[in-house]
Design a protein around this ligand. Structure first.
Ligand code: DGJ
Length: 746
């Protein structure tokens, strides 16, 4: 009897045995000693159970409510009669291609000898506990013929009911193999109907939701844009099982891929009406070579499962992000005045110094200098030139960034700066000096997005160049307090001169670009661990938990029209906590300043207006609003988030945040439709959530515009029970289009 676990597939003579191994294997002669295991992966409320079949293939046998008796996980699969003659084994934990599986695979390999088949059998597993909340189960699967080793990692965050899953694939052959598909996760969900809530978008149109019943076959969500995936579709979704979930009812899997490049989600309904979910890096044009002995680590797929609707799923994900992923997720943030919409490229030193004073007058923490401060030979006075030349423009800033930092400090405000270090305008000195640093096809015309091209981050020299831009700014100006990191172009004409030069394969580029980006960010974080950085990508073009490991916050969209923003913020709130969401008050609409401000307060508040243009009342209102925000920001940033009224189906939108002790909460209410009304739009009360039923609360309206009076009786007290059972009417009307209520336990 051959012990398959001891096959020395890396030795030079293994090839002699291949035909015999294959024969034994096809005759199922290994089955008798197939290793067996039952592996429950548990969070606070849920269980994901893996169990081998008689051939040693590891399958999902259960995904659902945690059982009270651990030993029942051994038999949990017994009740599912999946026996239709094996047109495919649908529930493998990491489905290989080319052997028994004929459905969508998780793994496709071209082996060294050109063979396209892979089998994965259970080999071993171990669980390591990091602390009372976090543990990691690693399951090793092996191909009995080629020795390919796949380790599937399940990292559980018990209290957040969240699992982070990724895979490592190791080449144990003695020559190079190719990974044709290499998913992060392959899940199997049992149910009869699945409703997929996903998103499409475009510039200034981020996060437009659609919900669809999945039918038999494969539904794919993906990006092939290289960078800024969100421009078309973000790598995040909400899946309802059985029936469309509401905020508080229904089984929900909320998932997101931590990857800032091309991604792919395949949702395949099989013949049992179950869902096979396969997600990871998009294999499109990304066949990845793997040398002998090397491993490939996939990005993480992060998912949370709730049996109490979308609201709980979002709160799980927010808590997970604040505690474990977002940089400084439980820390604090800086309110700011940005000059982008106020000046665009048209500013100079004196104008900026005036703006510092304006920011101080407004009461915000920081002034953020946006695009246009750099480049001399081809000055950055518009978006057609200068990108890549990161020297201060001498005409606009004769005394450099250092002077601005000093002047801001003198004015009593911190200073932050915009960069877009991954990109280059063809009209730049950088392009002239290093055309080989640019991603482009050598034999084809260049194709631009916003007049720019993408630098080749697979090249270590380019990685160093990008690192040095930031490092120089920070080391020369240690008081620099904030960075906005932009990324405005997708990758056209994907081709790397560096990969050619080093004899590597072009199909590595999409993956190596993202790896290069993460390397730069990791190096920056090693040197500057705390510096707040905003992730921006021509609006919200790149928002994912791969990048957010290095960023404190993100820019949701260049669309700052407050009405649009209510919808955009509402949808982002499914996946990202309030502390990470930057919203600015701008002049991009003639809606009242109060409405614009109230909307921007739902998240991290900033301004992008000309403060000196505000009339006396508007200025007074804004100054008070910043003070009000400072009083509520702790709960907005760190509290639990509840969606109360959905803007898509109602005349108003309402959300709230509650602190952990249930002593303080804030409720945000916005009118979103002007179609018909003659009285209060909120005829009926809105039921609050997350409060302590036994506590008594007072509700005070904040951000009341000077000269107007609130309709809310702030002395009245209500129990949490009353507020959550009967509700409260914020009295939103055409006169009072937005109402923010500060709720305090007494
Ligand atoms: C796109 C960003 O989304 C804007 O906020 C601004 O920074 C511009 N780029 C600057 O070019």
């Amino acid at each position: 009897m051959i012990d398959k676990t001891r096959l020395k597939t890396t030795s030079s003579y293994y090839k002699l045995y291949l035909p015999f191994i294959a024969l034994f294997y096809s005759l199922n002669l290994f089955a008798q000693d197939a290793k067996q295991a039952v592996i429950p992966i548990l969070t606070k409320d849920n269980a994901l159970v893996l169990k081998t079949d008689d051939k040693g293939r590891l399958l999902y046998s259960y995904f659902g409510k945690k059982l009270q008796q651990n030993d029942e996980y051994d038999v949990v699969g017994q009740q599912f009669f999946y026996n239709d003659g094996n047109e495919g084994i649908y529930n493998h934990i990491y489905t290989p291609a080319g052997s028994w599986n004929l459905l969508e695979p998780a793994l496709e390999i071209t082996h060294a000898d050109g063979n396209l088949s892979t089998e994965l059998l259970y080999d071993s597993h171990q669980t390591q506990k990091t602390d009372d909340n976090v543990s990691e189960t690693s399951v090793v699967l092996k191909d009995p013929v080629y020795g390919t080793e796949v380790t599937v990692h399940y990292k559980t965050y018990a209290n957040e009911n969240t699992i982070e899953q990724w895979t490592e694939i190791k080449n144990n052959e003695d020559k190079l193999i190719h990974l044709d598909k290499y998913a992060s996760a392959n899940l199997y969900l049992s149910g009869d109907k699945f409703y997929l809530h996903h998103y499409h978008g475009g510039w200034a149109k981020e996060m437009r939701p659609e919900e669809t019943l999945l039918t038999h076959g494969v539904k794919t969500l993906d990006s092939k844009l290289g960078t800024r995936a969100n421009l078309l579709s973000p790598p995040s979704f909400v899946l309802s099982i059985g029936k469309p979930a509401t905020e508080d009812e229904g089984d929900v899997l909320l998932g997101t891929l931590a990857w800032s490049g091309n991604f792919k989600f395949d949702f395949e309904i099989d013949s049992y009406n179950n869902l096979r979910l396969i997600t990871g890096v998009n294999p499109f044009a990304s066949r990845y070579p793997l040398a002998s002995g090397e491993s490939f680590k996939t990005p993480s797929f992060i998912y949370t499962f709730s049996r109490n609707g979308k609201g709980e799923a979002s709160r799980n994900m927010h808590r997970w992000a604040r505690n474990y992923r977002l940089l400084d997720g439980n820390g604090s943030r800086l309110t700011l005045l940005n000059n982008w919409e106020a000046t665009y490229f048209d500013f100079n030193e004196d104008k900026l110094v005036e703006l510092f004073a304006d920011g101080k007058k407004l009461g915000v923490d920081l002034f953020l200098l946006d695009d246009g401060w750099f480049a001399n030979k081809y000055p950055r006075n518009h978006d057609r030139a200068g990108l890549g030349d990161w020297q201060e423009n001498k005409k606009k800033l004769p005394h450099g960034v250092g002077y601005l930092v000093k002047e801001a400090t003198k004015a009593g405000i911190k200073f932050g700066i915009w960069v877009e270090p991954e990109m280059v305008n063809p009209k730049s000195e950088l392009y002239e000096k290093h055309p080989d640093w640019v991603i482009k096809q050598p034999e084809r015309p260049e194709h631009y997005m916003r007049n720019q091209l993408v630098l080749d981050l697979s090249n270590p020299e380019v990685q160093k160049f990008v690192f040095d831009i930031l490092d120089k700014l920070f080391s020369e100006n240690p008081e620099l307090a904030f960075v906005k990191w932009d990324c405005n172009s997708v990758i056209y004409n994907e081709h790397s001169a560096y990969l050619d030069k080093t004899g590597q394969e072009q199909s590595q580029l999409y993956v190596d670009y993202v790896k290069g980006l993460y390397k730069v960010l990791a190096n920056l974080r090693a040197k500057y661990p705390k510096l707040p950085m905003m992730l921006c990508s021509g609006g919200g073009g790149r928002v994912d938990y791969g990048a957010l490991e290095y960023f404190t916050e993100f820019w949701l969209s260049d669309n700052t029209h407050p009405l649009e923003r209510v919808f955009i913020q509402y949808e982002y709130s499914h996946f990202f906590p309030m502390i990470s969401q930057c919203n600015h008050v701008t002049d991009w609409s003639d809606l009242p300043l109060k409405y614009r401000t109230d909307v921007a307060m739902m998240g991290k508040l900033g301004y992008d207006i000309v403060v000196s243009h505000l009339n006396e009342k508007d200025l007074e209102f804004s100054q008070q609003a910043v003070k009000n925000y400072n009083a509520i920001k702790d709960v907005v940033w760190h509290g639990d988030f509840y969606r109360l009224v959905n803007p898509w189906d109602n005349d108003i939108s309402s959300v709230m945040v509650v602190d952990e002790a249930q002593t303080k909460a804030v409720m945000f209410n916005y009118l979103v439709s002007n179609r018909y009304f003659s009285g209060p739009v909120t005829v009926k009360p809105i039921k609050l959530k997350g409060l302590d039923p036994a506590k008594k609360y007072q509700l005070k309206e904040i951000n009341v515009y000077p000269g107007t009076k609130s309709d809310i009786q702030s002395e009245a007290t209500y129990t949490g029970d009353y507020l959550m059972s009967v509700g409260f009417n914020p009295a939103v009307t055409p006169r009072r289009t937005s109402v923010i209520l500060e709720i305090n336990a007494i």
